[in-house]
Design a protein around this ligand. Structure first.
Ligand code: AMP
Ligand code: MG
Length: 425
C-alpha cells in the first residue's frame, strides 16, 4: 500500500503545464496568463483632471476664501476626449471636465463646488470670469500620467489567474487578446457492463452511470474542458476502442472509473497493461483504495491516464485528491491542493490505518468565528462509501490521518471544503 502523498507525487511528476494559446479578452476570465504583461503606455496615458472644475495655477489661488474670492479669466472649456488649445497663464483658468487633459501651465483643479459656479446667479462674477472660493495646492485633483501603471512596468505576470480586475487592466493596456495556458481537455470514460445512461430503462441488474456525470462536472470545476466519452463495456475490445477514440479526439488526460479493483471483470487493468505503462496501486485512502495511473500510448501519442475506483463516493474522493491537482497543474492553476482549515469535531470518530476522507458538513459559528464539523447527518448513512447522497449532504471532508485511530468530540480536526472557492480565504 502506498501513501496518498506518494501517489500524488508520482502522478504530478508525470503531469506538466500545457502549452499556451491566444484567448480573446472577453473569454479570458478564470484563465491563467502564459505571458508577462509589460505596459506599452502609461495609465492614465496623460495628465488629466480628477474632477469637474477649473484648471488653475495653484499659486493663483493662495488666500482665496468665500469672503475674499479670487477672480480668474476663463480661457476655454476642455471636455473629456478633447485636447486643450491654450495654456493657463497667471490670472487665468480653463473650465475642465473629469478625464480631460490638463492644459499646459495648470497644476491643480478647483472643483466646481469651490467656485462661484456654486453660488446664486447674483453673486457670480461677470461673464468670462470665475471666482475661486478656496485655495488649492499643486497636484490637487490632478491625475498624473502613469500614476496607475507606468510604461515599461510589468503590470501582470505569467501564472497569474485572470479575474475581472486583471481583464479590465489588460483592456486599459490595449490588449484585446492575451496568451493563456491551454485548458486541459479531459476525457471522461465510465466502464462497466451494469451501466445504463440516465434516459435508458433500468432493466434487472443495471444501475445508472452517475460517475461520468460527476466526473465531467468535477473536471469543469477543476479548470479543465471535459470530453464525455460514454460507457465502455467490461471487455477488452470495447474498452480498447473507446480509449483509442479518446486519444484520437486529442485529450490531454483520460479519467476512467471502475474496473481497477480485483473483480472478475475488471478488464481496465488488462487493457491498460497492454496499451501503455500503467501502475495499479493500493492507496492508503478511505474510501477509494484501488487507483490506476500511467501513460497510455495510442498511435505513438502518450496520454496520461488516471483510473478511479467505481464506487461513486470513492471516485469522488479520488478525483478530489488525485485528479483535481493534476488538472490544475496542467492548467497552470495554483495552489494545486485545497487549503485545509481546522474545525472542531462534533462527535467521536474512529479510523483504521488509512487516511479517511469523511463526508462532513462544516460551518462557522458567527459569535466565535470558530469552524465546526460534523460527520453525521440525520436521515443519511453518511459514511457508507457507496452513498452518493452523503456527498449531496456534505460540503467538505474531515480528514483523519492514517495513524490516528480515534478522535474524541471537541478536538480540532483538518477539514477541506469543496463548496467554497479558494479565493474566498
Ligand atoms: P468496480 O470497480 O467495477 O468493481 O465497481 C465498483 C462499484 O461501483 C460497483 O458497485 C459498480 O456498479 C459501481 N459503479 C461503477 N461504475 C459506475 C458508474 N459509472 N456510476 C455509478 N456506479 C458505478
Ligand atoms: Mg465493474
Amino acid at each position: 500500500m502506498i501513501s496518498v502523498e506518494q501517489a500524488q507525487e508520482h502522478i504530478l511528476a508525470h503531469i506538466g503545464e500545457l502549452d499556451a494559446e491566444p484567448v480573446p479578452l472577453f473569454e479570458a476570465v478564470g484563465r491563467v496568463l502564459a505571458e508577462d504583461i509589460v505596459a506599452e503606455h502609461n495609465i492614465p496615458p496623460f495628465r488629466n483632471s480628477a474632477m469637474d472644475g477649473y484648471a488653475v495655477r495653484a499659486a493663483d489661488t493662495d488666500g482665496a476664501s468665500p469672503e475674499r474670492p479670487i477672480l480668474l479669466r476663463v480661457v476655454e472649456t476642455v471636455a473629456a476626449g478633447t485636447a486643450p488649445t491654450a495654456p493657463v497663464v497667471p490670472g487665468t483658468a480653463a473650465r475642465i471636465m473629469t478625464g480631460a487633459p490638463m492644459p499646459p501651465g495648470a497644476d491643480a483643479v478647483v472643483r466646481f463646488e469651490e467656485t462661484s459656479e456654486a453660488l446664486p446667479a447674483e453673486r457670480r462674477p461677470p461673464g468670462g470670469h470665475i471666482a475661486i472660493l478656496r485655495p488649492v495646492r499643486p497636484g490637487d485633483n490632478v491625475r498624473e500620467a502613469g500614476e496607475d501603471v507606468s510604461v515599461g512596468q510589468t503590470a501582470l505576470r505569467r501564472g497569474q489567474r485572470l479575474r475581472a480586475a486583471e481583464v479590465g487592466l489588460l483592456a486599459a493596456l490595449g490588449r484585446s487578446r492575451v496568451t493563456c495556458v491551454r485548458r486541459p481537455r479531459v476525457g471522461v470514460l465510465a466502464t462497466g457492463d451494469e451501466l445504463v445512461g440516465p434516459e435508458e430503462p433500468l432493466t434487472p441488474g443495471k444501475i445508472r452511470n452517475s460517475n461520468e456525470y460527476t466526473n465531467v462536472a468535477l473536471v469543469r470545476l477543476a479548470g479543465g474542458l471535459p470530453v464525455p466519452l460514454g460507457i465502455a463495456r467490461d471487455n477488452v475490445k470495447d474498452l480498447s476502442a473507446k480509449l483509442k477514440l479518446a486519444v484520437e479526439a486529442g485529450v490531454d488526460l483520460l479519467i476512467t472509473s471502475a474496473g481497477v479493483s480485483v473483480g472478475d471483470y475488471d478488464v481496465v487493468k488488462h487493457v491498460l497493461a497492454a496499451q501503455g505503462e500503467v501502475h495499479f496501486w493500493q492507496v492508503a485512502i478511505k474510501p477509494g483504495k484501488p487507483l490506476a495511473f500511467g501513460t497510455l500510448e495510442v498511435g505513438g501519442r502518450p496520454v496520461p491516464l488516471l483510473g478511479l475506483p467505481g464506487n461513486p463516493v470513492a471516485a469522488f474522493v479520488a478525483f478530489e485528491v488525485f485528479a483535481r491537482p493534476a488538472i490544475r497543474k496542467m492548467a497552470g492553476l495554483r495552489p494545486l491542493f485545497r487549503r485545509r482549515f481546522r474545525a472542531r469535531l462534533q462527535e467521536d470518530v474512529t479510523n483504521s490505518g488509512r487516511r479517511h476522507y469523511m463526508r462532513a458538513r462544516v460551518w462557522r459559528d458567527d459569535a466565535s468565528g470558530q469552524l465546526h464539523a460534523t460527520t453525521r447527518g440525520s436521515g443519511v448513512r453518511v459514511q457508507g462509501s457507496g452513498i452518493l447522497s452523503s456527498l449531496v449532504w456534505a460540503n467538505g471532508f474531515v480528514i483523519v490521518p492514517e495513524q490516528v485511530t480515534f478522535i474524541p468530540a471537541g478536538e480540532p480536526v483538518d477539514v477541506e471544503l469543496f463548496d467554497w472557492p479558494e479565493e474566498v480565504f
